[in-house]
Design a protein around this ligand. Sequence first.
Ligand code: 5GP
Length: 336
Amino acid sequence: LQFLRNLPKIELHAHLNGSLNIDSIRELAAKVYGVQTKEFSTLCERFIKFEKGAKLDDCFEKFGFVHELTSTKEGLEYATELVIRDFAKDNVIYVELRTTPKANGNMSRRSYLDTVLGVIKNKSDLYKIKVKLLPSINRAEPVAVAEETVALAVELATIEPEIIVGIDFSGNPNQGNFKDFIPVLSKARNHGLKLAMHCAEVDNPVEIREMIRFGMSRCGHGTYLSDSGFEHMKEENIPIECCLTSNVKSGTVANIGAHHLKQLMATCAPKVLCTDDSGVFDTTLSDEFFLATESFGLTKSQCIALTMEAVEHAFATREEKLMLKMQIYKYTRLQN
Ligand code: 5GP
């Protein structure tokens, strides 16, 4: 495990509000809101507790807890820093954070994104980590909200092209209709933004076909892809973002042994290991690698190869990819 902890890692699928771990939530509550009660601790425990047989729908209810803490500028600012800090602590050297801009009495969607961007700009060097931002479309919200999000992303990407590099399509897959979002997703793509799409997270063959036809740069989860779906992803070099703990805890795969990572490894199909929501699912990227080694017998060199593969699929520039590969290579050479 120590080798995996120290391995410089690449995180490509991390939702900001889902990535606050329990200690950071307590820290955030205490520092920004002065909350340190026993009741709050109990709420935190409940946040990461999953009953056997939990359903994907149950998971989405958990986010409300963190969303309350990040509903002010100060809360969001500190939460973003804590998430960046926690990834860096786990030796993640590059992370693509996704987050849904939210409007409330305290913030507009623009100020939400400005706040997160500000922290990324000011704190990445401090924690020695490269951070990108993918504004998220929540498919459970109206298309008009997605249109605002994409318009903001397009505008902000002209100001911070090195940080805003794509759009995430997420939210409860049992809600909303993918087809309705095609025009707005096309707009994002036509403006040069990459698309990371939650696809085949639930068994909905019609929608899966529509998504595949539309195309994407990376596929989130891909749990319910058919054999021909997996083949298509391989042919098009579209990686599946595999989130082992998330898929098991939310019940989208029956057990870890049944996870499609096994098949992806066996067929040399493109794949990346990711955390999804390291806070909610109480994991780290090192833990995910460890779980993969325990469950599928991955060797050290396969773990290094997976990390290098993640660099290839990152929404980063060629120069950035070269730097990341050098960092990984330096570490692995020291180990030999
Ligand atoms: P946020 O966008 O608030 O920073 O992160 C939490 C949000 O990300 C959730 O409310 C949900 O919309 C989305 N999300 C987090 N995990 C998942 C997941 O596993 N599947 C999907 N489809 N959406 C997710």
